[in-house]
Design a protein around this ligand. Structure first.
Ligand code: C2E
Ligand code: CA
Ligand code: CA
Length: 683
């Protein structure tokens, strides 16, 4: 998978319109089908009606043709009989009957002519005209003969060869006419039946055609809808697998892509390392985000995504894994070490300042690397191991790359357990305050106490901070821990002389908490302790990471009435600039200088310089880790006013302190006005 641009407008979902469109199309097609079916049924019905009607009429005509043929034969017979009877009897009534029969006979012929084709009728007329006229003339002559009583002549006429020939001709012509009419009506009937068949077939074909057309239309519509839905589905899948802000893959997309890559890589080259998973975590992103708002945070993340892409090949996977965590998967077959090179490039690129308008921010990145298949063969494991390598990189200092080391897992799981135990310990009140006195070197009187944390572990007993503070700091638990401890200390303060102040440690990570000062204030106010009794110890690390923020916090604390001490001075960056720039009340000379003070002349020189500098800045100095009288004396001589160390007292719970105070009060009555006098005696 390669980086995808963030989706741009358009329909992102297979929204209602697509489904509705399909439904509309289907409905339209069904309506059309129904309309088509109705039209076709009507057509078919009309055709059936019409053809049954015309066929019935044709059948009638055909039957009629048969009847007419029979009638004609009968009238012919009767005519002949009437003619013969007239000749034999000479009675006029036969002539009359003959005349009637001729009329009737002509009517039948007329009927037959109507049923026969016109051409046949014309031919018939032409053929029979002369014979009919002859017979009519003979009938008139016979009538004349009968009228004059000569029925022999009449008989002779009807019996004569002329009459017989003409009658025969007429009979034959009649026969032909009726046959033609029968044939014509029969043919008409056949044609009509055929036509009806064709019409039915035509309507059925039309129905078939219409059905096919509609089906095509519907399936085309459905195809279109299916296409649109599939497109939407692909888009949704892509959205589901990509990070909306950066357009890179998200976790889901990364896992899918990693599976595919790993399958391909293991098929290609079994056994050798082929893929490297780089877990990239941004340094200092949270303060940038907290300080400048999420809009700027988003811009930074987008810029990170862009810079990542500049460091990678087109084919490398890149994903946003969490808030400020990114994952890159590179194919290492192009040469070993390419993962480390890529990591170095990424770190370099991300360390370059980013500008957004007037605002310039500087972040950085740490990278952990795990390899496939050497370190793990599943995407989950690879990511977990890259993460554990990243953890080590972060611990080693920012802007570093670490490769996964199997021994790490153990450490990590221990760390995880410890983290969990700390969390539970805070809730269970297992973290308790211990106090170590800070004394004035000239009178050895207690000026204040440093609040130091101890863990009353249910199984492991009393634990000192070196066992848990680092993990608490790294896991974000230091805040809750400090607040819980301060709450307990505020309770204790009621049992201590009211002039004793308390110094407590604030970790560098806590500086980033915008709510730090208000939260501290609300704790002391709740306990009714004046903030003036509190002193906050900050280490140089807190200043270096984010000077602007540190200055803000220091000012906030001082405004609230607290004092601020620079702890462990000389161990870190020891930038004298901070001293001049930030208004500390005190500087604590780190115990490493105190320990070597009497043995190493350089230490003495450094301590001397620190004290001199502080004095010129108007800042108090406290020496920590004072264990011997020699050290105390030397510090005093150098001008250090305050000290802390085993020489004056180890960190103890409040009970021990208050007991000692009470003891001092009882034994040293009357109690001196200055608290220092009590303090000096309790140590
Ligand atoms: P730190 O702030 O420098 O505290 C002084 C440490 O030096 C304490 O160690 C104290 O017991 C030890 N110490 C005092 N006098 C002597 C001495 O004469 N010789 C020697 N060798 N050590 C001496 P502890 O209590 O083990 O604390 C260690 C560190 O843990 C502290 O160093 C501080 O950085 C951190 N810490 C302790 N409590 C807290 C806390 O509540 N919050 C935070 N953020 N850090 C804490
Ligand atoms: Ca301290
Ligand atoms: Ca210290």
């Amino acid at each position: 998978m390669h980086p995808r641009s963030a989706p741009q407008g358009g329909t992102l979902m297979p929204n209602v319109s697509i489904v509705e469109q399909t439904m509309r199309q289907a409905r339209r097609s069904v309506a059309l089908t129904l309309a088509g079916a109705a039209v076709l049924t009507a057509l078919l019905l009309a055709e059936r009606l019409w053809s049954s009607h015309t066929i019935a009429a044709a059948a009638d005509r055909h039957a009629m043709a048969h009847r007419v043929a029979a009638d004609l034969r009968v009238t012919e017979q009767q005519l002949l009989q009437a003619a013969q009877a007239a000749g034999l009897t000479g009675e006029r009534s036969w002539i009359d009957r003959y005349d009637r029969l001729v009329t009737e006979h002509n009517g039948v012929i007329e009927h037959a002519s109507l049923l026969a084709p016109q051409a046949v009728t014309q031919r018939y007329r032409a053929k029979t005209e002369a014979a009919a006229a002859e017979i009519a003339r003979m009938r008139a002559s016979a009538l004349d003969a009968l009228n004059s009583g000569d029925h022999v002549a009449a008989k002779g006429l009807f019996d004569g060869e002329r009459y017989g020939r003409n009658a025969q001709l007429l009979r034959e012509a009649n026969e032909e006419l009726t046959r033609a009419s029968q044939r014509a009506t029969y043919e008409e009937l056949v044609v009509l039946r055929q036509r009806s068949l064709y019409a039915t077939a035509g309507v059925l074909l039309l129905a078939l055609g219409m059905g096919f057309g509609l089906w095509r239309r519907l399936s085309r519509g459905l195809d279109h809808s299916r296409g649109t839905l599939r497109e939407a589905e692909v888009r949704i899948q892509r959205l589901a697998s990509s990070d909306l802000l950066t357009g890179l893959d998200n976790r889901a997309g990364l896992h899918d892509a990693m599976h595919a890559r790993m399958a391909r890589a293991s098929a290609a080259t079994a056994g050798t390392d082929t893929l490297a998973v780089l877990m990239v975590d941004l340094d200092r992103f949270k303060p940038v985000n907290d300080r400048n708002g999420h809009m700027v945070g988003d811009l930074v993340l987008k810029e990170v995504a862009r810079r990542l892409s500049l460091c990678l090949r087109q084919s490398d996977l890149r994903a946003r894994y969490g808030g400020d965590e990114f994952v890159v998967v590179v194919d290492e077959r192009e040469g070993p070490g390419s993962a480390e090179k890529t990591a170095a490039r990424i770190i370099e690129r991300l360390a370059e300042p980013m500008s957004f308008g007037d605002l310039t921010v500087a972040i950085g990145a740490s990278v952990g690397i795990a390899r496939f298949p050497a370190d793990a063969v599943s995407s989950d494991e690879l990511l977990r191991k890259a993460d554990s390598a990243l953890y080590r990189a972060k611990q080693a200092g920012r802007g570093t790359v670490c490769l996964y080391d199997p021994r790490q897992d153990e450490v990590l799981s221990e760390r995880h357990n410890l983290e969990q135990a700390i969390r539970e310990g805070i809730a269970a009140g297992q973290f308790v305050p211990y106090y170590q006195p800070i004394v004035g070197l000239d009178r050895r009187n207690v000026i204040s106490l440093e609040l130091l944390c101890r863990w009353r572990h249910p199984e492991r007993g009393l634990l000192t901070p070196d066992k848990f503070i680092a993990v608490a700091e790294a896991s974000g638990l230091i805040g809750p821990l400090t607040f819980a401890l301060l709450r307990a200390a505020c309770q204790d303060m009621g049992r201590l002389p009211p002039t004793w102040r308390i110094s407590f440690n604030v970790a560098p990570q806590q500086i980033q908490n915008e709510e730090l000062v208000p939260q501290l204030l609300s704790i002391v106010r709740e306990a009714g302790v004046p903030p003036e009794r509190l002193d906050v110890e900050l280490t140089e690390t807190a200043l270096v990471n984010d000077t602007a923020r540190a200055r803000q916090v220091i000012l906030g604390l001082k405004k609230a009435g607290m004092t601020v001490t620079l702890d462990d001075f000389g161990t870190g960056y020891s930038s004298l600039a901070y001293l001049a720039e930030m208004t500390f009340d005190k500087i604590k000379i780190d115990r490493s200088f105190v320990h070597t003070l009497t043995e190493r002349p350089e230490s003495a020189k450094i301590v001397d310089a620190i004290i001199g500098l502080s004095r010129s800045l108007g800042v108090e100095t406290v020496a920590e880790g004072v264990e011997t009288e020699l050290q105390a004396a030397m510090l005093h001589r150098l001008g250090c006013r305050l000290a802390q160390g085993y020489l004056f007292g180890r960190p103890v719970p409040v009970k021990e302190l208050s007991d000692r105070v009470a003891l001092a009060r009882n034994t040293m009555a009357p109690l001196p006005a200055a608290h220092g006098d009590v303090g000096s005696r309790i140590i």
